[in-house]
Write a protein that binds this ligand. Sequence first.
Ligand code: ADP
Ligand code: MG
Length: 232
Amino acid sequence: MENASKSIVEIRQLTKSYRRGGQTVPVLTNISFDIMPGDFIALMGPSGSGKSTLLNLIAGIDKPDSGSLKVNGIDIAALSEAELADWRAANVGFIFQFYNLMPVLTAFENVELPLLLTTLSRSQRQERVELALSMVGLTDRMAHYPSELSGGQQQRVAIARAFITDPLILVADEPTGDLDRVSADDILRMLARLNSEMGKTIIMVTHDPHAAKSAHSIRHLEKGELDVTSER
Ligand code: ADP
Ligand code: MG
């Protein structure tokens, strides 16, 4: 049953450093790990430990210095910038700490945005967007602008936007970091449902142990290195 245990993300000997004022600052050193399809992983660690850097590498936002990074069998570290942009649009859904919605677009239009790059017709897009917004409980807020929504509601729009294209992986960087406990729990429940009901593979960066409990497993980053154990 070789295929049954095939990783969706396969990271080998990944290193990444940043250049700052003529100096090279290592951020990730020799990271190796696997994520299985349908996993829900929480990536924890102190501020500055490289969590966002690692997430951005997995999501194809940034490129490693060395090592290999395969997502669904494709070595994304080897893609050109243009190929990487196409790959991201088709395969990755992002959820950010501060929602990153377009302020001049309504909730509906924000969620529709990624679909404008597809061949779907206007009415197909409308059907998909309405379904996604109903799944996050925002049917009655579709025509609202981000400034007219609470933080928790904005993050729900961002979640709908992240899964509207049915991406291969969902990545979330501190998705509850700016929310009160009740809104945060709403968001965590939605992520858990996307994982359990739609089978979405989720990689979530958080420094909140309570949020991390929603995941199946927790990995700790410390000074650019990953822990050995992975159970919660
Ligand atoms: P975390 O998300 O765990 O707080 P980051 O991945 O954001 O950590 O950052 C890890 C380290 O890399 C930090 O020391 C940070 O200052 C540095 N760093 C991150 N991004 C850049 C960048 N674009 N240029 C220079 N240094 C960076
Ligand atoms: Mg970070």
